[in-house]
Design a protein around this ligand. Structure first.
Ligand code: NA7
Length: 551
């Protein structure tokens, strides 16, 4: 990491870079590695005082990855994947953060990562074909290329409840958890929100607190993760075949080394379906989620899986009224991101846990000692918000970005995000997006590696052809927009309000934010784009001279 004396010196001067990277999560870390390999001068700017992005911030009790640890890791270095020892099937936050820090140390990337620095503004200089970049520390950086990797789930949804200032107890957001442990022992605690973060943290908090009240708005589908330690034998087997495992993942639709066992649940006999679902339910996690290919496109198939999960809730939860409150209805399984849990449903059998449906009893306001719902007053020592994120666009739009002719990205995206390939935006030359809107659902680090490699391929193309500017064409963007919309309409995703289309944030435009065509399909499109010399881009050799016909 940059030492404080280095940092002080850096603030005193203007810096010139080939590539400026925003963020030092897994995307930003890999970008620094790749850029250095290409001989570019590069520097990543990270607002936190440590690397790791999501895994730096989400330190809440129970935070764990929903992708298996052996797959939620970089593929770019076989030495790295052979050396690193994952201890659990689904790694916890601390272990993933340790992995991120290890990668930075192992490849000596820290000297090109500047911590505790927020990128506040980007201005494209049309004449010089470069970006002028400002930080919150008064630095000015001039960069030929900018790569935005500020995280797709990194801007927390602000608690929208009136009176929070009046509350005299402690309150925390799962996604801004303090480094020091929060002591729940003997405390009256509230958790608001039952998405993935809420579902992970509720069982842990319940086991420590004197009393826990869970405020739920929408019941969620959840699958037991059945996390467990990995054995030496499992690790040995994976390491012996890592290359093959990765190859398989690269070619898959989900970016994971998994093939569904069945095409559809719709045409299986009742007994067979029950047997298959149960056997994978017993393994848990991704084995259950990815067993049937068409669950996100075939409503009949989907309904049978959904009903199986609903029955599981009734089997576990003792009180039928509570079981019914916890049961997701009225939207398909997988239309919101399904959660993986450890003892979530069983937690509601504990004497110290209570469930409140905020649709029946809306939260009216916070008070000095707790909160008031429409029908009662509750007192709490600690309140935990697990309200989700301004996904995909939040962190990008937090930066005041001005492209060609001063065009503001906030204005350009006022009706919803538009990109070409999820990688580039018309009017914002020489700027790449790594994990923003318009890409396939992100299942981990290989998505970041692909996004960075592709951007670097275009930078290399520019270097070889003496291009000063590359910029997505508006028509290519229109076509990409249509593709995203059409792909979404073939699935169950639009059938529920979710962060996949901005519906969790008041005032955010409703527009589908991910490409539901699979990682394999996306890679093929991106490969062809490169092979056809970036037809969707305008390429310029000087500020005003396009080198492609028709531009
Ligand atoms: P999510 O999945 O967006 O979940 C947020 C939860 O908070 C969800 O249950 C929301 O209910 C609830 N919420 C949001 N606003 C309110 C208000 N105003 N009142 C009551 N409840 C509210 O975020 P997570 O952090 O759990 O997970 C996000 C992803 O991060 C996850 O999928 C992983 O990929 C990592 P709603 O469903 O909107 O009714």
């Amino acid at each position: 990491m940059a030492s404080s004396s280095e940092t002080h010196e850096m603030t005193a001067r203007t810096r010139e870079l080939d590539l400026l990277v925003v963020g030092a999560g897994f995307g930003g870390i890999y970008a620094v590695y790749r850029a250095r390999q290409m001989g570019l001068t590069v520097r990543a700017y990270e607002k936190a005082d440590g690397v790791g992005g999501t895994w730096y911030y989400n330190r809440y009790p129970g935070a764990r990855c929903d992708v298996e640890s052996i797959d939620y890791s970089y593929d770019f270095s076989d030495e790295l994947q052979q050396e690193w020892v994952w201890t659990e099937k689904y790694a916890g936050q601390a272990e993933i953060l340790a992995y991120a820090e290890h990668v930075v140390d192992r490849f000596d990337l820290g000297r090109d990562i500047q911590l505790s620095t927020l990128i506040t503004r980007l201005d494209y200089d049309d004449d010089r074909c470069r970006w002028n970049v400002e930080t919150n520390r008064g630095e000015l950086i001039l960069a030929r290329w900018v790569l935005l990797a500020p995280g797709l789930l990194s801007v927390p949804k602000v608690p929208p409840f009136p009176g929070l200032d009046a509350f005299r107890g402690e309150w925390h957001q799962t996604s801004r958890w303090p480094k020091e442990p929060v002591d729940f022992e003997g405390k009256r605690v509230a958790v608001i929100g039952t998405g993935s973060s809420g579902i992970q943290t509720i069982p842990v908090i319940a086991s420590e607190a004197a009393h826990l009240t869970v405020f739920q708005r929408t019941p969620n589908f959840s699958i037991p993760a059945r996390n467990r330690p990995l054995t030496d034998e499992e690790r040995r087997r994976v390491k012996a075949t890592y290359a093959e495992r990765r190859r398989y993942a690269w070619r898959s639709g989900g970016g994971l080394p998994r093939a569904p066992a069945f095409e559809s649940a719709a045409d299986l006999e009742e007994d067979e379906l029950e047997h298959e679902l149960q056997s994978r339910w017993d393994i848990g996690g991704l084995d259950f989620l990815y067993q049937i290919r068409d669950f996100r496109t075939n409503l009949e198939s989907n309904a049978r899986i959904a009903e199986f999960v609903r029955r599981k809730i009734r089997e576990v939860v003792d009180d039928p009224t509570v079981a019914e409150m916890l049961t997701p209805r009225g939207y398909p399984f997988g239309a919101k991101r399904p959660c993986f849990d450890t003892n979530y449903w069983a937690t509601f059998n504990r004497q110290n846990v209570e469930l409140v449906d905020v649709n029946a009893s809306p939260i009216v306001n916070f008070t000095e000692h707790g909160l008031r719902t429409s029908d009662r007053e509750c007192e709490f020592d600690i309140i935990v918000f697990a309200l989700g994120f301004d996904a995909y666009t939040g962190a990008i739009l937090d930066i005041d970005i001005h492209g060609r002719d001063g065009r503001s990205l906030r204005e350009y995206w006022a009706d919803g995000a538009r990109t070409y390939l999820g990688a580039s935006v018309a009017g914002f030359p020489n700027l790449f997006l790594i994990a923003g809107p318009g890409r396939p659902v992100n299942a981990g680090l290989m998505h970041h590696e692909h996004a960075v490699d592709w951007a670097m391929g275009l930078i290399e193309h520019a270097r070889q052809n003496e291009l000063v500017e590359v910029e997505a064409r508006p028509e290519a963007e229109d076509e990409w927009d249509r593709r995203i919309e059409e792909a979404a309409q073939l699935t169950v995703y639009p059938k529920v309000k979710s962060w996949y289309w901005g519906a969790n944030i008041d005032g955010k435009p409703r527009k589908f934010l991910v490409l539901l065509q699979g990682f394999d399909v996306y890679q093929e499109i991106a490969r062809q784009e490169a092979e056809q010399e970036y037809r969707g881009f305008t390429l310029r050799t000087s500020a005003n001279a396009a080198v492609m016909a028709g531009t």
